[in-house]
Write a protein that binds this ligand. Structure first.
Ligand code: COA
Length: 341
């Protein structure tokens, strides 16, 4: 019943049907969980990511009477013991053991490959009744939601809440002047060659410096080669990266990255924002965010919104976003299971 999905070269290949089915199930379940399809990534946009050697991922499909009804994703880092799992069952096929079978399968794949630190990030829609509080002290999820009951039942520990926020566009932005000693850079698409190494270093620091509570997320090392692979992936996906960064004494000390689809009627997704610890407290987060909003709106007016994900305990980042006008539209839970425990 569970099959590994073959990743096709193009969507027109004769063997692309399973991949298309898996993405369709994923997007349907995510739209239901988030209460919107604004952040859906299409099958065409996602395909280049599955061919990016730096970000290995596998997909699985479950069928009932030959019809695809559930999918699962398994993502990992080559030299690390962590794996990110996702299991998604179409609502009409739930409570039949399909989710359990897929999760069991992924846990076995992870176990066989020595990845014993399993991470799940999944939407939790608001619902009345008892709450399961986050151990961070910030946020909670409805205790009786299907995903919560399912994950608790499988021995996953609830570690953190991520807030999903939306900013309606267009907005007026005031870009403050760069503080003394800092230089602002802005670019669209490929990173200027002289900034690539600094950008790679900041991408690496994103994996260790963003608050991940008890999730024990490993360092995710970026190189110039990987930055170029990401650029290539976005070109093939017809998505555009909008960047701002701040330089001090010849080093990049922070950046902000927005990712926009070609279609103007679709939302822009906020990817990373980081200011290195030793440079916080100078308003650089607000500077980079406002400058990037200005850059985006000047180059690509018409997008309806920006969507961002933030740790519920990340008050500094939430403060900046709230000041810009972002409003919460949903929440995700972050869950962890250590195999062998
Ligand atoms: C969570 C999800 C994957 C469960 O899929 P499923 O096929 O319904 O799961 P199963 O039938 O294997 O359920 C296994 C157990 O989980 C618990 N569970 C699942 N849904 C539940 C619900 N609605 N209420 C209470 N318990 C539930 C039960 O203990 C159930 O066992 P039981 O039916 O014998 O009582 C499905 O609801 C889904 O796709 N949700 C959206 C995506 C998501 O959040 N995935 C999270 C996991 S990565």
């Amino acid at each position: 019943m569970i099959e590994r999905v073959h990743i096709p070269q193009t969507l027109h290949d004769a063997d692309a049907a399973d991949y298309l089915a898996a993405i369709e199930v994923r997007n349907a379940v995510e739209a239901e969980g988030y209460g919107t399809d604004e952040m859906a990534v299409t099958a065409a946009e996602d395909l280049p990511a599955f061919h990016n050697e730096f970000e290995p991922a596998e997909l699985y499909l479950a069928r009932v009477d030959g019809k695809p009804v559930a999918m699962a994703s398994y993502e990992y880092q080559l030299d690390e013991s962590v794996a990110w799992l996702g299991v998604k069952v179409l609502p009409a096929f739930r409570r039949q053991g399909i989710g359990s079978a897929l999760a069991q399968h992924l846990e076995e794949v992870a176990g066989r490959n020595g990845r014993n630190n399993l991470a799940v990030y999944t939407a939790s829609r608001d619902a009345p009744g008892e709450r399961l509080p986050s151990p961070t002290g910030f946020g909670s999820v409805p205790a009786d939601n299907p995903e919560v009951r399912f994950l608790v039942g499988r021995g996953y520990r609830f570690e953190q809440v991520e807030r999903i926020s939306r900013l309606s566009l267009p907005i007026e932005v005031d870009v403050p002047p760069a503080p003394e000693g800092y230089t602002l850079h802005e670019w669209i698409g490929s990173t200027p060659e002289r900034l690539v190494d600094g950008f790679a270093l900041l991408k690496t620091r994103m994996s260790t410096d963003a608050p991940s509570a008890g999730m024990e997320q490993p360092e995710d090392v970026w190189t110039a080669e990987r930055v170029h692979a990401l650029e290539e992936q976005n070109r093939k996906a017809n998505r555009t990266m909008f960047l701002t960064a701040v330089e001090r004494d010849g080093e990049l000390v922070g950046f902000n990255l927005l990712n926009a689809p070609d279609e103007r009627e679709r939302a822009v997704i906020q990817w990373d924002t980081i200011v290195l610890r030793e440079h916080r407290g100078h308003g650089l987060g607000m500077l980079m965010k406002t400058a990037n909003l200005r850059q985006l709106q000047a180059a690509r007016p018409g997008h309806p919104s920006i969507i961002t994900f933030n740790a519920e305990e990340n008050r500094f980042m939430l403060d900046v976003n709230e000041r810009l006008g972002f409003v919460p539209i949903g929440y995700e839970g972050a869950w962890k299971k250590l195999l062998g425990n």
